[in-house]
Design a protein around this ligand. Structure first.
Ligand SMILES: Nc1ncnc2c1ncn2[C@@H]1O[C@H](COP(=O)(O)OP(=O)(O)O)[C@@H](O)[C@H]1O
Ligand SMILES: Cc1cn([C@H]2C[C@H](O)[C@@H](COP(=O)(O)O)O2)c(=O)[nH]c1=O
Length: 260
């Protein structure tokens, strides 16, 4: 029976970690060991992801897959799919060329298993690549998902992180940039009674394109109340300031410039 497992959600929610845990369990079961030179387990990630060490997929909490079965590709069409094999795909949002959906069809046709870890939405809250579409196939709202895939076991887990502003559950990701000293001087913390519009002239301007590879210096998980259209200006020059998963000490501004 074909099997599809999707781990989606915002950054820092444990998507990669959960996927690697599942890959490890599958590997330890012995069901996917290379047989007669046929590789039964493949872990793939996008070449766009320049943060991970070469030839490896790693999670923030220290899990990793490394070895010949880890492939870095431009498109998932490059992957070979074998009967009964397992393919795990990290950073799946970067495969917006349709190859993620095609991969699922190919894996399902071979009665295999596909594990997917990826952002369902970009910083503005818009669908990112085909992760959301894949997660919905079994609901029958798309043409793909018929045939072998139509009979698949499907498990979709939407994980959440913690809002960097208020500490409650955060299912979205916002893009952050530091404010200029001049802006802070005029409108920053302690300047009560003012509600200026953010000048959007931070020292590192907030980029508007969908793909900007980055980590804590650029992104925070947030709840829907503090998503603010996906743009946050941080009033501190320290990219390592304590923002992740805690409201303590975090000085964040809505895109409108209002302190939150
Ligand atoms: N800066 C960090 N340092 C260490 N662990 C972290 C950090 N940020 C998040 N984590 C932990 O790592 C896990 C999430 O990491 P990961 O799976 O790589 O996230 P995702 O793939 O969703 O972006 C969570 O268990 C979280 O508690
Ligand atoms: C929200 C958002 C994220 N990205 C990039 C930033 C990171 O390189 C990855 C996500 O990594 P993670 O393993 O989920 O932490 O995606 C982007 O390019 N555009 C966005 O809008």
């Amino acid at each position: 029976m074909p099997r599809l497992y999707v781990f989606m959600g915002p950054m820092y929610s444990g998507k990669t970690s959960e996927m690697l845990r599942a890959v490890r369990a599958a590997r330890q079961s012995g069901a996917f060991t290379t047989d007669d030179g046929v590789r039964k387990l493949t872990v793939a990630r996008s070449r766009m992801d320049t943060r991970s060490p070469p030839g490896a997929v790693v999670s923030r909490d220290g899990l990793e897959e490394r070895g010949e079965h880890v492939l870095v590709v431009d498109s998932l069409d490059e992957l070979e799919v074998v009967p009964g094999g397992m393919v795990a795909c990290d950073e799946a949002q970067f495969f917006g060329d349709g190859s993620l959906l095609r991969l699922w069809e190919r894996v399902a046709a071979q009665q295999g298993a596909l594990l997917v870890s990826g952002l369902d939405r970009d910083f503005r809250g818009r669908p990112f690549g085909d992760v959301l579409a894949l997660s919905r196939l079994h609901l029958g709202d798309a043409a793909v998902g018929s045939g072998a895939a139509g009979d698949a076991l499907v498990e979709v887990r939407r994980l959440v992180s913690r809002c960097a502003v208020c500490g409650s559950a955060g299912a979205l990701t916002a893009r952050v940039s530091g404010a200029t000293p001049a802006w802070l001087e005029e409108f920053g913390p302690g300047k009560a009674g003012r509600s200026p519009r953010c000048p959007h002239e931070p020292s590192a301007p907030i980029k508007s394109q969908q793909v900007v590879v980055g980590d804590r210096e650029t992104y925070r998980a947030v709840c829907s109340q503090h998503h603010a259209g996906g743009l946050l200006v941080r009033a501190t020059a320290d990219p390592e300031s304590p923002l992740l998963g805690s409201a303590d000490g975090a000085v964040l501004f809505h895109g409108s410039g209002e302190r939150v």
